[in-house]
Design a protein around this ligand. Structure first.
Ligand code: SF4
Ligand code: SF4
Ligand code: SF4
Length: 249
């Protein structure tokens, strides 16, 4: 019998919500373990591995130690998968990049700021090659299983690149704009089955921008629907600060 793929699960700066979703695989856990060997996972085991077939990595990179660690994970992994908005886009953490990093350190750590070498929050792809992405805040178990199954079968996972609005229309939802709300569905990458609008909520854009997004037009639509210019900008920046603004050093 061929050896099972060796899998590692890693975390960087984030709330660990995506990783907790791995732990919640109650029904599928035995099936997963039947097809792979999980050989490194800080949250669940002490062992460390020298080589991996697949690394699933959560969180953004926000300290010099993160940069060293992600390079080491990349070197020992054949396939690296970024998991969740923090790992894929920098996530909400990247909002701090909108201010000079020294000001952020001073605000958080005060006179002890030199003890904590914080960097701007970066997506994994800013430092290492990322082979696949599982988006969302948090990632969903359904999507994780799709990517996981494809990789274990030696196939390339299919990545969604259409707007949330497409999935929202397929579900025949009433648009929240018609209910007096605003929504980032037109510029946000789908794959979540438009779950928020399907429950009457607006899309906050957690899965990042679709590749042909027009954020300037989206911002104007938000303003046309009553948001102040600064408020509209902040809404778009929430999960896309790096993509829209770059970082300040
Ligand atoms: S993407 Fe969201 S749920 Fe996942 S680690 Fe980041 S903040 Fe937490
Ligand atoms: S509710 Fe949002 S996602 Fe749905 S159609 Fe309207 S703008 Fe698009
Ligand atoms: S609807 Fe928007 S905010 Fe909700 S899960 Fe999908 S991308 Fe994220």
């Amino acid at each position: 019998m061929a050896a099972k793929p060796r899998v590692g699960i890693f975390d960087f700066t984030g709330c660990e919500g995506c990783e907790l979703n791995h732990l919640n695989f109650e029904e599928q856990l035995l099936d997963i373990l039947e097809h792979v060997d999980i050989v490194e996972w800080r949250e669940a085991m002490d062992e460390r591995a020298d080589e991996l077939d697949i690394a699933f990595v959560e969180g953004s990179l926000s300290t010099p130690d993160c940069i060293t660690r992600i390079n080491a994970i990349r070197r020992k992994s054949k396939i690296l998968v970024a998991v969740g908005a923090c790992a894929v886009q920098g996530g909400v953490n990247a909002m701090k990049n909108l201010q000079p990093i020294e000001a952020v350190r001073e605000e958080v750590y005060g006179e002890d700021k030199y003890l904590f070498p914080t960097l701007p929050a970066l997506p994994l792809s800013a430092v290492v090659k990322v082979d696949h992405e599982i988006r969302g805040c948090p990632m969903t178990q359904i999507e994780f299983l799709k990517v996981f199954t494809a990789l274990v079968m030696g196939k390339r996972p299919v990545e969604t690149d259409h707007a949330v609005c497409v999935e929202c229309k397929l579900r025949e939802n009433e648009c929240v704009y018609d209910k007096g709300m605003v929504c980032l569905g037109p510029v946000t990458r789908g794959g979540c089955a438009a779950i928020c609008p399907s429950f009457g909520q607006y899309c906050t854009g957690c899965r990042g921008l679709v590749s042909d997004a027009n954020p300037a037009a989206m911002e104007q639509i938000l303003v046309d629907h009553g948001l102040a210019a600064e408020e509209a900008r902040k809404k778009l920046q929430l999960f896309n600060a790096n993509q829209l603004e770059g970082t300040q050093s």
